[in-house]
Design a protein around this ligand. Structure first.
Ligand code: GLA
Length: 390
């Protein structure tokens, strides 16, 4: 996809709306480990990456929101009147959902002309939607001359996706799009929203490989996984006191209840409980500089997502396999919701370019699909940008 910088986006905006816009940006993310743990009140370890959603905005005198994108033809029009905003179907709903949530909180969002440019590949598991939500929230808050703490912005964007779009996602993506920090992963406790920065060694690159199989979270399987986890919690809460989420369950407690739950529910719970432990261990090993152990934990995570949580797919498994044994490879796994999208690989910087080439070649040989492969490092979140650091 052609990438526009802020100036080009402003020019495109002026051409379309004949006004001078303000531009707000928020990044996508890659999750190093801790998959499908966020909505179980657990732990995650994502980094923001240097692909952004940019939202160019100017206020209007009426209550209309006119929405265009540099990538898609269609213009959407909505009205922030007393009747409220409604889902229109399509990418515009991420923006409208945020406006609706702000209005619900009593923040007077004016009508606006909006042009969106997304660099984050769509449906690749790199949080193009969270990036768009967070950038939109920053834009609307500025138009409304209102302020909101970053954590509240992240929660509001999550609610927009849950309630307006209908994808019952957790808090990880919106949180790291706000709070990411250059050179670091963010270990987030998704219950308390306390977070710690975990430095990524300078000698390590993220090589992100897109299977080119698109995933879709707003339907089916993602929400089914959430329901299965909730079913597990109901059974475990009967057996033990103080269980509110899978976060509260130890491996021993879960194993002791294996016979009291359907096998499929047990498998889902087993993934989540063990994955939480892996996140904490990965952060510890990264801090200790033990990259070999980090690689092993990532491999275990992938196997668990494939066999227990069943959210991988043939292409993701092939992409993970394609990385094995390549020079400089530290560890790799599927990243994000699954059912397609990307793998993330930690690779020694000096070998990263060759690794990217080889992994693409191997994947293509097996699938006939040419994958997109990106070399990235951990980037700053939107919050750092609005504090004027960039
Ligand atoms: C998607 C969701 C996140 C998280 C991941 C799986 O990216 O948006 O909240 O649940 O899937 O870890």
């Amino acid at each position: 996809m052609a990438q526009l910088d802020a100036q080009e986006l402003a020019q495109a905006f002026r051409r379309q709306f004949e006004m001078e816009p303000k531009i707000f940006s928020a990044p996508g993310r890659v999750n190093l480990i801790g998959e499908h743990t966020d909505y179980n009140d657990g732990f995650v370890l994502p980094s923001a990456i240097g692909f952004y959603a940019h939202v160019a905005v100017v206020p209007r005198k009426d209550t209309k929101i006119i929405l265009r994108s540099t990538e898609f033809e269609q213009t959407f029009e909505a009205n922030i009147s007393s009747a409220g905003l409604h889902k229109l179907g399509g990418w515009c709903d991420y923006v409208l959902g945020v406006a609706a949530q702000l209005s619900e909180r009593g923040i007077q969002v004016p009508g606006a002309n909006i042009l969106v440019h997304g660099e984050v590949p769509i449906g690749a598991g790199l949080s193009s939607s969270a990036a768009l939500e967070v950038a939109s929230a920053m834009g609307f808050l500025s138009l409304a001359k209102a302020e909101m703490p970053l954590k509240e912005i992240a929660k509001l964007c999550q609610r927009a996706e849950n309630e307006f779009v209908g994808a019952h996602v957790g808090i990880m993506d919106q949180f790291v799009s706000c709070h990411g920090r250059k050179g670091n992963a963010v270990m987030l406790d998704c219950r308390s929203l306390d977070c710690e920065l975990v430095p990524i060694p300078d000698s390590v690159k993220f090589v992100i490989c897109n299977t080119m199989v698109k995933h879709e979270l707003s339907g089916g399987e993602y929400n089914v996984r959430r329901q299965q986890c909730e079913a597990g919690v109901r059974i475990l809460a009967n057996a033990y006191r103080g269980i509110r989420a899978l976060r509260d369950v130890s491996l021993q407690q879960l194993q002791a209840q294996a016979s009291s739950m359907p096998e499929i529910i047990y498998k889902r719970c087993l993934h989540v409980v063990a994955e939480n432990d892996r996140v904490i261990e990965t952060a510890r090993m990264l801090r200790a500089g033990n990259l070999k152990s980090v690689g092993k934990l990532m491999a275990d995570s992938h196997a668990s997502l494939r066999d227990l949580y069943e959210v991988s797919c043939a292409e993701l498994d092939l992409m993970v396999e394609a990385a094995q044994g390549l020079l400089g490879f530290i560890g790799g796994r599927m990243t994000g919701g699954g059912f397609g999208g990307c793998t993330v690989n930690l690779v020694e910087e000096q070998h990263a370019a060759k690794f990217a080439e080889m992994v693409a070649e191997r994947y293509k040989a097996k699938t006939t699909i040419s994958p997109d492969v990106f070399m990235c490092s951990a980037a700053d979140g939107a919050g750092v940008e609005i504090e004027g650091r960039r």
